[in-house]
Design a protein around this ligand. Structure first.
Ligand SMILES: [Zn+2]
Length: 62
């Protein structure tokens, strides 16, 4: 018997749910640590999900 799951929140179409990425700065600091910058998807601000109502104002019609 198939189960019906509640619809999940919409995955952000800009990042497909991968809302954060770590970017290396290309080198290591003097402690030998690899420095990374964590950046978030500008569309969903790192949440990975979007809702039409919350982001209606940011939609750009081509
Ligand atoms: Zn996103």
């Amino acid at each position: 018997m198939p189960q019906h799951h509640p619809a999940p929140a919409r995955i952000c179409p800009d990042c497909d749910g991968f809302a954060s990425a770590a970017i290396t700065t290309g080198g290591r600091d003097r402690h030998g640590h690899l420095r990374t910058l964590t950046v978030h998807c500008p569309a969903c601000h790192g949440t990975g999900t979007r809702t039409r109502t919350a982001f209606a104002g940011s939609e750009v019609a081509a």
